[in-house]
Every structure is written in structure tokens, then in C-alpha cells.
Design a protein around this ligand. Structure first.
Ligand SMILES: [Zn+2]
Length: 93
């Protein structure tokens, strides 16, 4: 998996979702060239114009904003946390 070095300050803490992981936050240009778009599971949302889809790994229904990058695969937040975990393991070897 391609992964660039990110400013460690620009990270989103997944602790509020009950997941011990942090994911990098990037700007729009970088977002279009990334591997995945992390999406919330489909459910109540303050936005009425969300797009819906399926996680590319586990297949659960997810929702994302209409302005989310189109090219990268959509992934749910739980699978994203697992991917981050795998990347961390690779870095330690
Ligand atoms: Zn998933």
C-alpha cells in the first residue's frame, strides 16, 4: 500500500469511535490520490445529501459526503482501523 509521510499533528483520533488508532488527515488533492476514503456506517446524519455505498472490505453499508474523493475505494471506519494496524505492524519489522 502506498503511504506518504504526514505531519503527525494532522491526524484524526479514532478514540471517539472506540478504536485505538489515529488516521492521517490530508487535503483534497492528496485525498484523490490516496488508497481509501474512510466512511461512517450508514445511519442518522445531520446531512440529507449523503451518498451511500458499501465498504470495499467487509461490505457493510456506509455513507459519505457528496464531495468525498471519487477515485479511492470506500472503507468503513472499523476496516480502516484494521488497515492502520496492519501498516503499523509492517513498520515495526
Ligand atoms: Zn468495512
Amino acid at each position: 500500500m502506498r503511504r506518504k509521510r504526514h505531519d503527525p499533528k494532522k491526524e484524526m483520533d479514532l478514540a471517539p469511535f472506540g478504536i485505538k488508532a489515529k488516521i492521517p488527515v490530508v487535503d483534497d488533492d492528496e485525498a484523490e490520490s490516496c488508497d481509501f476514503v474512510v466512511c461512517a456506517p450508514k445511519g442518522p446524519s445531520p446531512f440529507k445529501d449523503n451518498f451511500t455505498g458499501n465498504c470495499c472490505i467487509c461490505g457493510i453499508e456506509i455513507m459519505y459526503r457528496w464531495h468525498a474523493p471519487r477515485r479511492p475505494k470506500k472503507i468503513c471506519i472499523e476496516c480502516a482501523a484494521k488497515q492502520v494496524g496492519k501498516e503499523k505492524l509492517k513498520e515495526q519489522k
